[in-house]
Design a binder for this molecule. Structure first.
Ligand code: ACM
Length: 281
């Protein structure tokens, strides 16, 4: 009898979370710390926190104007382009984006080829509404290494299930989620976002306390990677700083069946979901 050797068809894709404590308004220092943390670490995709190079608890608009930068030519893009080229790794990082006189809470995807894609945070949280324009890009998916489809949402976007669902409907296999989380619910909620969309999620949260003399915030850390079954592949602790890399099979996120009878995207019935007379109230 002839036995054909079964090939291992599982795709190996290395993804990472980078958790650390940016220092408020110290962009050069934060870039230097990132460069040290990421040097020599090779993966397919590494996700960094929201506003990774500026810190978060701003005091006034002048401070935000002072750290906001161009998404293609600014210091964050320049460092990530260099690292992406040297480490053959794609990065997704949050930053304050300046476009003409508008400032957005954005995230950039930088591929080793040098291409850059930008997502602008849709759902601003608390005082962010004072500093930033609401994002105008909408939710899109982008190709990363090995042609894997990645969608981006930023921090508080998590509480709107439409964010992750929009990305899943467009074919996202991985949802990258830079974050500066302070409320206690997101990490657990992301297990449901993974499960209900059958995607991997990578939440890269910052850690530490930050104060501007007027306001103090403590960030929750616990950056994590979850799989399409809603399980945690890895969760960091609240205060550790570092990079964690896991190997995943993104093609498993293409299978949307939960039973032989149920496909979570094909079985949707959007014609019954929105009653416009209720929405308009
Ligand atoms: C948040 O959206 N930074 C909580």
């Amino acid at each position: 009898m002839f036995f054909k050797k079964l090939q291992d068809r599982t795709m190996k894709y290395r993804v990472g979370i980078c958790q650390f404590q940016p220092r408020l308004l110290q962009v050069t220092r934060n870039l230097r710390q990132l460069e040290i943390m990421l040097r020599g670490i090779r993966a397919d995709l590494i996700v960094l926190p929201e506003l990774a190079t500026s810190g978060y608890v701003f005091n006034n608009q002048d401070e935000v104007n002072g750290i906001a930068e161009d998404g293609i030519a600014g210091p964050t893009a320049c460092l990530l382009k260099k690292l992406a080229h040297d480490n053959k790794t794609s990065y997704i990082a949050g930053f304050a984006e300046k476009e003409e006189d508008r400032i957005y809470n954005s995230a950039m995807l930088v591929n080793p080829s040098g291409e850059i894609f930008i997502y602008r945070k849709t759902h601003l949280f608390a005082e962010e509404k004072k500093w930033f324009q609401p994002g105008d890009t909408g939710f899109h998916i982008f190709s990363t290494q090995k042609n894997i489809k990645v969608g981006i949402m930023v921090c508080f976007d998590w509480i709107f299930p439409e964010s992750a669902r929009s990305l899943a409907l467009q074919g996202a296999q991985i949802i990258a989620h830079p974050a500066n989380l302070v409320l206690p619910w997101c990490q657990q909620a992301m297990l449901t976002r993974s499960l209900e969309n059958r995607v991997y999620t990578i939440t890269a949260n910052r850690t530490g306390k930050e104060s501007n003399g007027r306001k103090n915030l403590e960030f929750t850390g616990m950056s994590q990677i979850t799989n399409p079954e809603g399980k945690i592949i890895h969760r960091m602790d609240k205060i550790e700083e570092g990079v964690y890399i896991a190997e995943i099979d993104p093609d498993s996120a293409l299978d949307k069946k939960v039973t032989a009878w149920n496909d979570i995207l094909a079985d949707r019935r959007p014609e019954l979901y929105i009653n416009s007379s209720i929405e308009d109230r």
